[in-house]
Design a protein around this ligand. Sequence first.
Ligand SMILES: [Zn+2]
Length: 471
Amino acid sequence: MAVARRRKKRRKRSDPGSGRQGSARLALVLVGLVGVNLYVFLWRGDTSIPEVMERASVADESELGARGLAGLGLGGGEEDEEPARAEPDPEPGLEIREDEIASGESIERVLHDAGLSYSDALEVIESLEPYMDFSAVRPGQRYRIEFDEEGDFAVFEFEVSQVERVVARAGEDGVEAELVESDTEVRIEEVGGTIRNSLYVSLREAGEDTSLVSFFVDVFAYDLNFYVDTHPGDTFRMIIEKEYLDGEFYQFGDALAAEYSGAAGTFRAYRWQKPDAEQPAYYDEKGRPLERSLLRTPLKYTRISSSFNPRRMHPVHHEVRGHFGTDYAAPTGTPIWAAGSGRVTRRGWAGSAGNMVVIEHDDGLTTRYMHLSGFADGLRVGERVSQKDVIGYVGETGTATGPHLHFEVIQDGQHLNPENMELERADPLADGLLAKFEEDVGELQPRLAEVPVRSGWERVGYALGALATTD
Ligand SMILES: [Zn+2]
């Protein structure tokens, strides 16, 4: 059978769980970062990582970013970006129908129009159901149908995405289907640059490489406040996986190592999976986890609208009432995360605080979240939450002059200033593990240090190695 000659491909999926989660996380922060970028431009008016990264991506690989977004499911793939396929030579007497889904057409319709009986079409559809979402079928997606010498149905093949096809084949025991994924080649590449003044217009226009910006903001969020601590002359370095499909950039994979260096200090991150951990995490060069017990900012905010100030004049009541938390302005509906793992002790209406969530953490720490427009589905008092779980959404319920999160941190009855509170790092790796960590990331350390950081976004352009899987 013709289709059997087609090279069966598989994507490299050495680390499927974290890869998928990584993409989802990138996609999530991407949305927030449009706001961050606007903020950086509107409120700072000088240089930022987003500007530098973004400008260079427009300058030298504009198509790259668009594909990167498509890979994250955030951009529209274009028809001419169909991956080239090795088309098998049709066998004599074999009928092949090849086309794309027309507007308003369903796969069922396509099969009927091709002459399949009702029961054959149903069998094909049932076989494909575990592998694809029929409600997501869109005009322009390609398919092919093959019939054997007797004119009976043989194969139905449908392109689910740039990298996935489903194939249903008639066999002795009825129709059997499978999902075929294309091989993407993973190259480990270096990225480095220096922050400097730059054009903000391109930043707003494209924003494609904000997925990398979000990586920096996310990974160094515990150490560095990207809203205030980044300055012209700061440098960044990165060693990152890039996935290529048929030789063209498809999407970013995992960042293996990164460094940000500036007036605020030098911060490094190495991706490493502890032997008993469910997924990899980032550690500094001394093997200390970068994550801390609490997030300073439990949301992607646009600006701080009111800082912690025990002697503040109240904006609504016009008297000194003190402000015992930080107000983060953000659009209504912006997700709010649990600042740390803990137990929900309150969820509901609380007068001038509006909709409020209170979480108790270890070590006598409590966090409060006020003025929410709503709570996360299923959030209940008594429930345990993990750091970065969504607990609710920004709103302006209770006494508020605009949508914002009022965030409070209380330690043993004392309010702390979330913007400058001292945060505990998670424990460093024990000696045995540290040796393993150093062995695993040791090679990356000198390599990271040598990534060039000439001005602007330098795509060094040479691959350090190709890790594509082979069949
Ligand atoms: Zn407030």
